[in-house]
Design a protein around this ligand. Structure first.
Ligand code: NAG
Length: 326
């Protein structure tokens, strides 16, 4: 066959595979997959374990984590954020192994940075590898919908060669493992964490707007949680894992069609990227691929205005069986 004839067919196949998350995802109920970390009765499970409400009030935030550590996988939740004035309120959906590897932990973050009524919501993504907390790799995006109006799906795909962040099934960021990135690409098993906490000191416009408990309780809702990865033996986390269960509804990478969507979305909605922050990095970290269109768009935003969002998640240590308070 003439390979030129095959090209349109190949393109059609690649583009049609862009419908990730069209098939039903394999949900895991709270009791089957998770354990409460902190917050006492500020964590409530509803609807056969499919839905979890996390509350922040003047007493405490709340949070939970996956029971297992996973080496790679697809992790996802439909999330509805607290509405109205939520400045300083941080809702985080992230992977970490900070309580297993204190000095050289890995992390993959989705973080909502609170909101001032009437303003666009911002979401932040970040990656740490092997304790590289002195190199923030933050990106921020203005959301094109109100995430407190309804549920939207946020997903992390983590493989041995790439990390992809998705919003409603559309990739917003891809981090490829490059040789120069070395150990700063997350490579050790991690748990999934879901938390709500008071991030007054940094979250909203770099700490300018603090949590106002007049508007508490702040309730974030999580439903149809997906934990689809290769679970490791907790006694020997570096000893590898059994195979990830197969599922056609789990994406494996970015198709051509999705890449086009991602690029256009980033050009429209990205408000900050560490790759373009010359006050922080005179030379961008080695994995950065500078895109002049992206740079032009980001130029309209003042990095100082959005603050330096470098931070660590508060320690939420696991205590077997019972939840600890903050
Ligand atoms: C991760 O950090 C540890 C301790 O600092 C170091 O010994 C190890 O070589 C690093 N791993 C990689 C893959 O760079």
């Amino acid at each position: 066959m003439n390979y030129l004839l095959g090209l349109p067919l190949l393109l059609t196949l690649l583009l049609s595979s862009s419908c990730v998350l069209c098939l039903p995802l394999p949900f895991t109920s709270f009791d089957d997959g998770y354990v409460q970390l902190f917050g006492e009765d500020n964590l409530k499970v509803h609807g056969d374990g499919r839905t979890v409400h996390l509350t922040l009030d003047e007493r405490t935030g709340s949070g939970f984590a996956s029971q297992d550590l996973y080496l790679h996988g697809f992790f996802s939740a439909s999330i509805k954020l607290p509405s109205d004035y939520t400045a300083g309120v941080v809702v985080a959906f992230y992977m970490s192994n900070g309580d297993v590897y204190e000095k050289n932990h890995d992390e993959i973050d989705f973080e909502f940075l609170g909101n001032i009524r009437g303003k666009d919501w911002r979401i932040q993504t970040n990656v740490y590898g092997n304790g590289s907390t002195n190199v923030g790799r933050e990106e921020r995006y203005g959301l094109w919908f109100d995430p407190s109006d309804d549920f939207h799906r946020y997903s992390i795909l983590w493989t041995d060669s790439q990390i992809i962040f998705y919003v409603d099934g559309v990739p917003v960021r891809e981090v490829r493992k490059t040789e120069t990135m070395g150990g700063q690409f997350p490579s050790k098993p991690m748990s999934l964490y879901v938390t709500i906490w008071d991030g007054s000191d940094w979250a909203t416009n770099g700490g300018k707007y603090r949590v106002n408990y007049k508007y508490a309780p702040y309730v974030a809702e999580f439903t149809n949680l997906v934990l689809h990865g290769c679970a490791v033996n907790p006694v020997d986390p570096l000893g590898g894992c059994d195979n990830t269960p197969a599922s056609k509804s789990i994406p494996t990478g970015i198709s051509l069609g999705e890449r086009a969507k991602m690029e256009s979305l980033r050009k429209k909605h990205m408000t900050y990227s560490y790759c373009y922050d010359r006050t922080r990095y005179k030379v961008p970290p080695p994995e950065c691929v500078i895109d002049h269109e992206e740079a032009k768009h980001l130029h309209m935003f003042d990095p100082v205005m959005f603050g330096n969002a470098r931070h660590r998640h508060p320690k939420h240590r696991r205590r077997s069986g019972s939840a600890s308070s903050m």
